[in-house]
Design a protein around this ligand. Structure first.
Ligand SMILES: [Zn+2]
Length: 188
């Protein structure tokens, strides 16, 4: 990886580029800043594009680059205008979590259940893919409640001995009806 590191050092000097973490674990997101003079509107990884925003103080531009859980360790090329840089994707080393549930819950046969879950999946993907040009997050994030975390972010979830995905949230133990607070502002 020496080549990549050397290249990144040059990239910072040449392109007014600041990569907060050039080494990123699968399932995580990295942040890239640009000097205003770069006037970048989007980044490209393969055919995918990532929008570039202005920081609230309008002093810099930035982009968030999420890395899929399913991404294998590799160097990925990130293009912007006619330049590019590399990100080094590393294995997040997530622990496994074994969960035992009814067989029918792992691979549901019911058409009605399949229809409902695919509809919910589409709704969730629509939300995940929605971006607003304005940043409504104005303060540091806080935890929504003081309680034991029963499953943290990133655990590889093995249902009845079958790996079905990764935990993309954090679970807190609480009784039904426990008040929770929003972890940040973020809506209009
Ligand atoms: Zn959860």
């Amino acid at each position: 990886m020496r080549f990549v590191i050397v290249f990144l050092a040059c990239a910072v000097a040449i392109f007014g580029l600041e990569i907060v973490h050039s080494s990123v674990a699968n399932g995580k997101t990295t942040l890239v800043f640009f000097d205003l003079k770069e006037d970048v509107d989007e980044l490209k990884i393969g055919k995918k594009t990532y929008k570039v925003f202005f920081t609230p103080d309008k002093q810099k531009q930035y982009a968030l680059i999420p890395v899929s859980y399913y991404h294998k360790p590799a160097a990925i090329k990130v293009g912007f205008r006619d330049a590019f840089f590399y990100l080094d994707i590393v294995d997040g080393g997530y622990a496994k979590e074994k969960i035992h549930v009814q067989k029918s819950k792992v691979n549901p046969k019911s058409e009605a259940v399949k229809k409902r879950t695919s509809k919910e999946y589409a709704q969730a993907m629509k939300i995940y893919n929605t971006i607003t040009p304005t940043n409504y997050v104005s303060k540091p994030f806080i935890i929504p409640l003081e309680s034991k975390i029963t499953s943290d972010f990133g655990k590889a979830r093995v249902y009845n001995d079958t790996l079905k995905g990764y935990h993309s949230g954090t679970d807190f133990r609480a009784k039904v009806g426990t008040p929770i607070v929003a972890s940040n502002a973020g809506t209009r």
